[in-house]
Design a protein. Structure first.
Length: 330
């Protein structure tokens, strides 16, 4: 059993990994359209590869977590879920833009177990001349437990060079400003005593081309605007851009550090991708405390989160929450 959606080893036997798949156009969508189930093993290589792409060398993943066994990073399986549609559509012909990603965490994924992914396109609509599609999906563990639930929205076929930098994804609900209370020191760890406006201690990252290429499935011979310079420039970009989902995973890392182990089993993170991020562009991943309240008998903290690139523009804005009580020590 291989570790990804496709087994690239079969190319050596003359297999075309995309033969017989549909062209990824809005007109070819079927609503509803089922994907999976697809099962694969979460092996040590998958964990280490993800660690490289994110520069996220969590000891919980590479050694063992608070429960005594290694567990994958929060974002480890999320790009596999986003890419589920490529089991029916040609991945290397896809030129779209991920506009929103939302995940509910139910249980940490255990390194070594077989997981199963399945989902469906549940809605499609047009807005401002662009065709959007909605995917709902879930991941379950080898023992049948729920690991995560996903909802993603994507512009299915576009010319990214004509959209990036326009802040094209609408911001709904609580507005994320990217501002913090500079009079209060940033917080490393969540606590009910933190005042609203307190900044979450930031992560500073640079996603290189190598990291973006591997995250965006170069190892499965997929070519796209994230891992191939020629395709990126044909799409109107100067240079490949970092996948929105890769940035989402950076925010998930931030929140795992902030909330601790509890985030992997009870956290929620919704992000909108509002501006493009070029590979090699330094970024700051951070957020701010919104408040704490009681929900269903638990003390829950709400936070705003964002990613800021070197010119000051926000590339990701989002909202997250996590219970603060009953978390294993980590």
């Amino acid at each position: 059993m291989w570790r990804d959606l496709t087994d690239p080893r079969t190319v050596a036997d003359g297999v075309d990994l995309e033969e017989g798949l549909k062209e990824p156009t809005f007109e070819n969508l079927e609503i509803p359209e089922q994907f999976g189930p697809v099962s694969f093993r979460v092996d040590e290589h998958k964990v280490k590869r993800f660690a490289f792409t994110q520069d996220d060398y969590s000891p919980w993943a590479l050694d063992k977590g608070p429960e005594g066994f290694p567990v994958g990073q929060a974002g480890l399986l999320t790009n596999d879920v986003v890419q589920l549609f490529t089991t029916k559509y040609r991945a290397s012909h896809t030129v779209g833009l991920h506009t929103e990603e939302q995940v509910w965490f139910h249980s940490p994924v255990r390194v070594g177990e077989v997981v199963t992914l399945q989902g469906a396109y549940t809605d499609a609509y047009e807005r401002r001349g662009q065709g959007y599609v909605v995917m709902d999906a879930e991941v379950t563990g080898e023992d049948g437990r729920a690991i995560l639930t996903h909802r993603g929205i994507e512009i299915f076929r576009t010319r990214p060079g004509g959209l990036v930098g326009r802040g094209s994804a609408p911001v709904e609900g609580r507005r994320v400003t990217g501002e913090v209370d500079v009079a209060v020191p940033p917080a490393e760890v969540a606590s009910a005593q933190l005042a609203p406006g307190t900044q979450i201690a930031p992560l500073r990252k640079v996603i290189t081309q190598e990291q973006a290429s591997i995250f965006s499935r170069a190892g499965e011979y997929v070519r796209n605007i994230h891992n191939d310079l020629q395709i990126a420039q044909q799409a109107g970009l100067r240079i490949p851009i970092v996948q929105g989902q890769q940035q989402w995973c950076l925010v998930a890392e931030l929140l795992t550090r902030f909330f601790g182990y509890r985030f992997l089993s009870a956290g929620w993170l919704r992000c909108k991708f509002v501006n493009a991020l070029d590979v090699f562009d330094p970024i700051e991943v951070t957020g701010a405390v919104v408040g704490v309240e009681q929900r269903d008998g638990a003390t829950v903290m709400d936070v705003d989160v964002w990613v800021r690139r070197s010119d000051g523009a926000l590339t990701v804005v989002g909202w997250a929450s996590c219970p603060l009580d009953d978390a294993p020590a980590g």
